[in-house]
Design a binder for this molecule. Structure first.
Ligand SMILES: [Zn+2]
Length: 259
């Protein structure tokens, strides 16, 4: 077996694929021939590197740098604009995010604020009704009818409350008082339904968050009270009572339908 024969079969020898006699022949030659022994050693090292080491290790930092250098070299020459473009991409991304996100955020915040403001108004209406109920003198004027109540408000309010429903057998008008609704003065008219008192607050509507459109009413329940609120031109109306929602709505309809 000469050197050429050995080198031709070296891979098979290394992997033990040769017949036993040939395997012994190659081994004998390698022990006697330093050149072939050297080739055998190099080959084994290379095989080991290819089959085991390279796939096992991630790219080194140096390799990454080389690859990065390759990419830089192969990138076409940039114009001044394209040189700036990569650094502007985050800026554009932020601007896009703001443009897309801001209306959603604004809308959600506005909706949240509207909801908050509305519930604050409903809460205030119930509080004012409880104040009327718990007041030592709930009514500053006991009603002899609307013609008596309306003039009484003159000079006591900074607006003219528009209330035309003077009460009937179902909802008699019991009297009136001056109160506050949030930050503003309010005319308080107290009606009754059987034994249930009903408070009507009339106040300037400006500057408050009215969820419903002009004329349409908002009906809510808060702490066991029914609250119906609506706006007519510049005035806001809040009707509060523990009477049934349908019955309260019928009074609201009477108050709204009056000229
Ligand atoms: Zn040899």
């Amino acid at each position: 077996m000469n050197c050429d024969d050995v080198r031709m079969t070296l891979r098979d020898y290394q992997e033990g694929r040769l017949p036993t006699a040939a395997q012994g022949g190659v081994r004998a030659h390698l022990e006697a021939c330093p050149d072939c022994a050297h080739v055998d050693a190099v080959e084994q090292e290379l095989t080991s590197a290819l089959e085991h080491r390279l796939p096992q290790y991630p790219a080194s930092l140096a390799l990454k740098r080389r690859i990065a250098a390759q990419w830089k070299v192969s990138t076409p020459k940039r114009s001044r604009w394209s040189w700036w473009r990569p650094s502007l991409i985050p800026v554009f991304a932020c601007v896009a995010l703001v443009l897309v996100g801001a209306p959603i955020f604004y809308y959600e915040r506005a909706a949240f604020q509207d909801t908050n403001a509305t519930s604050a108004m409903v809460g205030e209406a119930v509080n004012d009704h409880l104040r009327v109920l718990s007041s030592q003198r709930p009514l500053e004027i006991e009603s002899g009818g609307l013609h008596q109540v309306k003039p009484w408000f003159e000079g006591r309010l900074d607006f003219a409350p528009i209330v035309s429903f003077e009460g009937d057998a179902d909802f008699p008008l019991k009297g009136g008082a001056v109160g506050y609704f949030l930050d503003r003065k309010a005319a308080v008219l107290v009606y009754a339904h059987r034994l249930h008192p009903i408070s009507l607050f009339v106040f300037r509507a400006g500057g408050l968050h009215w969820p419903a459109k002009d004329g349409s009413a908002l009906t809510m329940e808060e702490r066991g009270f029914n609250v119906i609120m609506w706006r007519q031109s510049s005035l806001g109306y809040a009707l509060v009572s523990d009477v049934d929602r349908r019955e309260l709505a019928s009074l609201a309809a009477k108050l709204q339908s009056m000229p």
